[in-house]
Design a binder for this molecule. Structure first.
Ligand code: AP5
Ligand code: MG
Length: 220
């Protein structure tokens, strides 16, 4: 099963993706994670993308598509994949179709995780992650047992640079202008499933499981 997880910044894509890939035995491909890792390792791609990410802008399509194409070339994608944060523009979606065509693959379903702007802002302002093991917390909905300390490894909790209020505002505008058109794009292709991202993490996961299970059953 090849899945796209669409949604605003902070809608819960990363949180839910981790659970979905475990349950369905597919690979998690997050362009945001790939870029952040490249920045952290000081790789040349990291140097190219850093300024865009810091400003809350999109990394240029050409570079993003190249990174995804390289990742989808690896054999571990054969078992299926979940794309988190890609595509983010119609041009990226079209490029993805071309990449998959050459591999005789296709997208089976695009799941749109729907959440209000108000809730998005609340979630992003409370997000923290461990500087050591990257585990994600939320000061409101998923607080650590000890303040500023990771439950799993004791590392210190930090805020993502692009979660500062000014950058969050920019990311939301970029999402509305460039990524939201993909909802109609996948609707027209009859690939869209809309799931509410509201509610606690477990209940959203259960709705996603039901949606994907239904999809799997109907495609058998
Ligand atoms: P990326 O890393 O993809 O960021 P994003 O799309 O802005 O989304 P986030 O990762 O911020 O949120 P999420 O939906 O994963 O939410 P999460 O699960 O963490 O991209 C970052 C940057 O990289 C971009 O700005 C751009 O520069 C570049 N980039 C990446 N892909 C690109 C592309 N394709 N093209 C061009 N540029 C690209 O949850 C958020 C918080 O809420 C957490 O604290 C979590 O604990 C909490 N939470 C989750 N679910 C719930 C719930 N149900 N109830 C309460 N709290 C919850
Ligand atoms: Mg994410």
């Amino acid at each position: 099963m090849n899945v796209i997880l669409l949604g605003a910044p902070g809608s819960g894509k990363g949180t839910q993706a981790q659970r979905l890939v475990k349950k369905y035995g597919i690979l998690h491909v997050s362009t945001g994670d790939i870029f952040r890792e490249a920045v952290a390792k000081g790789e040349s791609i990291g140097k190219e993308v850093q300024s865009y990410m810091k400003a809350g802008a999109l990394v240029p399509d050409e570079l993003t598509v190249k990174v995804v194409a390289t990742r989808l070339d690896r054999p571990d994608c054969e078992k299926g994949f979940l794309l988190d944060g890609f595509p983010r523009t119609v041009s990226q979606a079209q490029a993805l179709e071309k990449i998959l065509e050459t591999k005789k693959k296709k997208i089976d379903v695009a799941v749109y995780l729907k959440l209000t702007e108000q809730e998005v802002i609340k979630r992003l302002s409370g997000r923290r992650h461990c500087a050591q093991c990257a585990k994600v917390y939320n000061l409101v909905s998923q607080p650590p047992k000890k303040a500023d300390q990771c439950d799993a490894c004791g590392g210190s909790l930090i805020q993502r640079e692009d979660d500062k209020p000014e950058t969050v505002k920019k990311r939301i505008v970029v999402y509305q202008e460039s990524t939201q058109p993909l909802i109609v794009y996948y609707q027209e292709k009859k690939l869209l499933e809309t799931v509410s991202g509201d509610g606690d993490i477990d209940s959203v996961t259960q709705t996603l499981y039901r949606t994907l299970d239904r999809f799997l059953q109907s495609s058998r």
